[in-house]
Ligand binder design. Structure first.
Ligand code: IPD
Ligand code: CA
Ligand code: CA
Length: 262
């Protein structure tokens, strides 16, 4: 199964890369807000993935960002983000990927993420480790904030969250860490925690498809993932993915977090 999903993620990524090369302005559309965009390529890539998954796994459920729920009623659900990092994709930037995760009764158990521009294939299966292009990955051992490089995202600002948005946490965290990054793909941010090249990632507003594959890829490399209360209700109550060594320290920044459930 994992081999099939790895190959599918690569094929979908190559399709997306070809689409990016010829993407025109009239193929870019807005969704819920003017800042939330989708391209014709997102839809085409998702259609391709969904068609292939239905053919290969006719008994499984499917949930895709662009097409919603389809397939069978099942405890096993493929969760797809056809292009994670669409804002950058649409501007012909390189940091985006295809993400396909398998969720069993709410738990991410298998995933593949392919970033075509750098030809990076990340994948994991529960209990079997996490890999980048065939090489086993492990989280970093950085345990002090000053040496850490952390990453975040601004999905909440894109959704026009006025209260309890990420600006408060950024202003708390940025002065204390070694460096703060924003790359624009939640799935790849999780992969980089898994790879040990970044040490912690947090974000306030994510959807299950943003992290379905990144979740298992990060955890199989030793990452710790919780919501902002230290529990497992993520991404609904915040998303914090760290190398483990920094988890408790990072969690403290969110001690006054309020789950406003917009
Ligand atoms: C977005 C990216 C981004 C994150 C946003 C997501 P999309 O996904 O993962 O890094 O900050 O919250 O919505 O829209 O490019 O699939
Ligand atoms: Ca996404
Ligand atoms: Ca997307």
């Amino acid at each position: 199964m994992l081999e099939y999903i790895k190959n599918l993620a690569v094929a979908a990524g190559k399709l997306a890369l070809a689409e990016q090369a010829v993407l025109s302005a009239d193929a870019v559309h807005t969704k819920a807000t003017a800042k939330d965009i989708v391209t014709d390529a997102d839809r085409k890539v998702e259609d391709f993935i969904v068609t292939m998954l239905k053919r290969e796994f006719p008994d499984f459920a499917i949930f895709g960002e662009e097409s919603g729920k389809s397939g069978h009623e099942s405890d096993y659900c493929w969760v797809i983000d056809p292009i994670d990092g669409t804002a950058g994709f649409a501007r012909k930037l390189p940091n985006w990927c295809v993400s396909i995760g398998l969720v069993h009764k709410g738990e991410s158990i298998l995933g593949a993420i392919y970033a075509p521009v750098k030809n990076e294939l990340y994948y994991a299966e529960k209990g079997k480790g996490s890999f980048l292009n065939g090489i086993r990955m492990h989280v970093s051992s950085v345990s002090d904030l000053e040496s850490s490089i952390v990453v975040t995202g601004l999905g909440c600002l894109r959704a026009n969250w006025k209260e309890e948005n990420n600006l408060k946490y950024i202003s708390r965290i940025a002065p204390l860490v070694g460096d703060l990054r924003k790359y624009g793909s939640a799935a790849l941010d999780c992969c980089r925690i898994a790879h040990g090249v970044l040490d912690a990632y947090w974000e306030l507003l994510l959807q299950p498809y943003d992290i379905a594959a990144g979740d298992i890829i990060a955890r199989e490399a030793g990452a710790v993932i919780t919501d902002f209360y230290g529990g497992s209700d993520y991404p609904a109550r915040g998303f914090l993915c760290t190398n483990g060594a920094l988890h408790r320290t990072m969690l403290e920044f969110f001690s006054d977090y309020q789950d406003l459930r917009r």
